[in-house]
Every structure is written in structure tokens, then in C-alpha cells.
Design a protein. Structure first.
Length: 127
């Protein structure tokens, strides 16, 4: 299915954009900012994987019981994400990395999705 291929390309694009962006940031602002950007990109990849697994679980539950609305709590997803963000924030603050650079690195996920959209528009001719 084409949808599955598109979803599978997004984490790869996150990785590529994270590495490319980290290299650009290194050239402009130095290694400290570059590593912070890369940490943000890794967090974006992790966030995408968490959301993807949550949506897949929700889909499996809905398919298993088609007449009933699925009862899935987002609390566990929120706890996992909150712990990861808190840990990354503490690591960034203790090591002296720039938090703004890390937040910019976190934006590679929406950028990867936009690249995937443009790719599909040109490849498959969607309108």
C-alpha cells in the first residue's frame, strides 16, 4: 500500500534532515549548537515513532471490534513523551547546549512530512 511506504519514508527523512541540518548548524554556529540540533532531531524521530505506534494500536483495536469505539488511553503516550522531553531538557541544560537549537532540531519532523507531501505530489500526481 502506498500509504505505508510514505509513512515508512518519514523517519528516514527525519534522519536525513537532522544530519543535514546539524552539519549546517555546525558550520554556522559551532559544535555545541550542532549537537543540540541533533538531539532535537532525535527527539523528533522518537516522537514520530511514539505517535505512529499509538495510531497503529488504535487502528488495530478499531479493526478488532468494528462496532465499538476503541478505548485507548493517551496517558501512557503522554507520560513517555513527557519523560523523554524532561530528560532531554535536563541533559541540554546540564551540558550547556542551546535549548533553542534543540527545539529547531525538533522541527525536522514537520519538515520531513512536508518533503514527503511534495514527493508524493510530484511522484503520484495527486491533486
Amino acid at each position: 500500500m502506498e500509504f505505508d511506504k510514505g509513512i515508512a519514508r518519514v523517519p528516514v527523512l527525519i534522519g536525513l534532515l537532522g544530519l543535514l541540518g546539524s552539519g549546517v548548524v555546525w558550520g554556522v554556529w559551532g559544535i555545541s549548537y550542532s549537537v543540540a540540533f541533533l538531539v532535537g532531531a532525535v527527539a523528533a524521530w522518537f516522537n514520530f515513532r511514539l505517535l505512529e505506534s499509538f495510531v497503529n494500536k488504535l487502528g488495530r483495536l478499531a479493526a478488532a471490534e468494528p462496532g465499538k469505539p476503541p478505548r485507548v488511553s493517551g496517558i501512557w503516550l503522554f507520560i513517555q513523551f513527557a519523560l523523554f522531553v524532561a530528560g532531554a531538557f535536563v541533559i541540554l541544560r546540564l551540558t550547556g547546549f542551546n535549548v533553542v537549537a534543540a527545539l529547531c532540531g525538533f522541527l525536522v519532523c514537520p519538515a520531513a512530512v512536508m518533503v514527503e507531501i511534495v514527493y508524493e505530489l510530484f511522484t503520484y500526481g495527486h491533486s
